[in-house]
Design a protein around this ligand. Sequence first.
Ligand code: NCD
Length: 321
Amino acid sequence: MKRHLLSAADLTRDDAELVLTTAAEMRALADRPIKKLPALRGRTVVNLFFEDSTRTRISFEAAAKRLSADVINFAAKGSSLSKGESLKDTALTLEAMGADAVVVRHGSSGAPHRLAHSGWVRSSVVNAGDGTHEHPTQALLDAFTMWTHLGESKPGGLEGRRVAIVGDVLHSRVARSNALLLRTLGAEVTLVAPPTLLPVGIESWPVETSYDLDAVIPKADAVMMLRVQRERMNGGFFPTPREYSRRYGLDARRMATLQDHTIVMHPGPMVRGMEITADVADSPRSVIVEQVTNGVAVRMAVLYLLLGGSEPAVGATEGEE
Ligand code: NCD
């Protein structure tokens, strides 16, 4: 693996499958009485969050702690970032504190890339979501969840599987990272959205596109719903929320057209009643809560592989300390 994880495109198929198999070992650990490994003892992971987050921040924190790393949480609110301190000065501070990995979420696309390639820090940089650009660890946890349900947790398990990603693709870093990673893993992705919510240049993405949800979902093995990101919108992208839900929302009637094995996913946060109804979100097909659990295992795998080197994480280091 490369030193940084900035884009899902940084991962070769071997890298991605190594993350998935390592995450499976980490996931098994969650069922043991002692959930902690000494693998990253003495290492420091800094969570640098310039944008709001619930799941992702807590997930990285839990992941680093389960690997025995020291964790420093640094949120924009309540720090000198809200006094106008620059990314560069923040980076220099982190470097002075001896961070081994910096997990960064930022409202501007490309901020993690800048941090990684500026020479300001020596640590590994992990992109935890940058603007509307990428969110590679979300794509990895989504792929892991699909792989356990649809791919028998085996290498190559997602080959030929069909994934529909539905909704506000335009503002979604989750959609972009998923499209890239799923392609690498051999799955076929169809993006479903109104024309106004598909990005310019979508032709260059490795995906099919459709405006017709009812035509796509009966063929899908996984249906991933996306939140309509109103905080990133400054105009009318669709007539009314009701009209949006009618054409692009997943409700019980539409869910009834899915194949028996098809899973329903959502990266969260959900707007129940908008892109997904409550009965669908809470149905047995929904793996939304499982995605959150898997997020910790996948982020443990990523931090371990970026920082821990080549020793097996589970087993060899166990009982040593
Ligand atoms: C997403 C994000 O922040 O990009 N959420 C997440 O990380 N779980 C999607 C969203 O905000 O809708």
